[in-house]
Design a binder for this molecule. Structure first.
Ligand SMILES: [Zn+2]
Length: 222
C-alpha cells in the first residue's frame, strides 16, 4: 500500500484520512504535531494524540482559532523590563497601572506564579519575577536569577514591603532566605506567604511537613 503523506494525498479529513484497511492515521505531519504537543507541560503522548484528533475534527473552527491565537502571541508578546512579566506591552499592564500599590512588591519564581496570584485578585501591589529558584543540583546561582535587579528596585526607594512568594519547596525556601538576607539593611518589611493547611484539606491526608508548618503558624481564634 502506498504510504500516505498528507491530507491532500488521502482525500481530506477527518474520516477519509484514515487508512481504509487498518483505520490507522498515516500522516507524518500529524505525528510531528502530536510530538510537539506532547512536550507541553501536563500533556503526555496519549493526551496529545487526543488533542490533535479533537483539533482535526474541528479544523475549520477551533484549529483556526488556535493558529490565530498562537500567531498573535508570537508577534506581540514581550518580557517586561521592570518586573519580568510577559505581556503585549513593555512595561506590562501591571507595572503601568497607576491604581496598583507601588509600595508593595511581591517576588515570585516564575511568570506562571505571577499569573496565578493575580488571577486571585487578592494582591494589589506589583511583582518581581525571579526567573527560577536557586538550585545547587541544577547549578542555578543568584546571578542566574533577577535578584540583582530586585535589590536595585528596592534600593531606589518607594517600596515599603517585599512579599516573598516562593514555592513551599526546599529550593523555594532557600531562595526566600537568600533574598531576605540580601535585603537586610534596606528600610523594607519582608514578609512571606504562610504555609499550612490547604483549603478543604483533611488533616490525616497531609504530609508531616505541611502539618508541622501549620502547627508552627497557629494563631489565636478570631
Ligand atoms: Zn511589569
Amino acid at each position: 500500500m502506498k504510504m500516505m503523506r498528507n491530507f491532500e494525498d488521502i482525500g481530506g479529513f477527518p474520516f477519509s484520512g484514515l487508512c481504509p484497511i487498518c483505520r490507522a492515521m498515516a500522516s507524518q505531519e500529524i505525528e510531528t504535531l502530536t510530538s510537539a504537543l506532547s512536550r507541553l507541560p501536563g500533556l503526555g503522548p496519549r493526551s496529545a494524540r487526543r488533542a490533535v484528533l479533537w483539533l482535526i475534527k474541528r479544523r475549520e473552527t477551533s484549529l483556526v482559532q488556535l493558529l490565530d491565537a498562537l500567531d498573535a502571541v508570537r508577534g506581540t508578546l514581550v518580557e517586561c523590563d521592570t518586573c519580568g512579566n510577559v505581556d503585549t506591552t513593555n512595561p506590562c499592564a501591571i507595572c503601568a497601572d497607576p491604581r496598583r500599590d507601588a509600595r508593595s512588591l511581591c517576588v515570585v519564581e516564575d511568570v506562571a506564579d505571577l499569573w496565578a496570584l493575580d488571577r486571585a485578585r487578592l494582591f494589589t501591589g506589583r511583582y518581581h519575577v525571579l526567573g527560577g529558584r536557586l538550585s545547587a543540583l541544577e547549578g542555578v546561582r543568584p546571578e542566574d536569577l533577577t535578584i540583582g535587579q530586585l535589590i536595585q528596585r528596592v534600593s531606589q526607594g518607594g517600596i515599603d514591603e517585599v512579599v516573598l512568594a516562593m514555592n513551599a519547596t526546599l529550593e523555594g525556601q532557600t531562595t526566600a532566605h537568600y533574598i531576605a538576607e540580601r535585603l537586610e539593611g534596606y528600610p523594607v518589611r519582608i514578609t512571606q506567604l504562610a504555609h499550612g493547611l490547604p483549603v478543604g484539606g483533611e488533616l490525616d491526608y497531609l504530609d508531616e511537613g505541611t502539618l508541622a508548618q501549620a502547627l508552627r503558624a497557629r494563631r489565636p481564634v478570631a
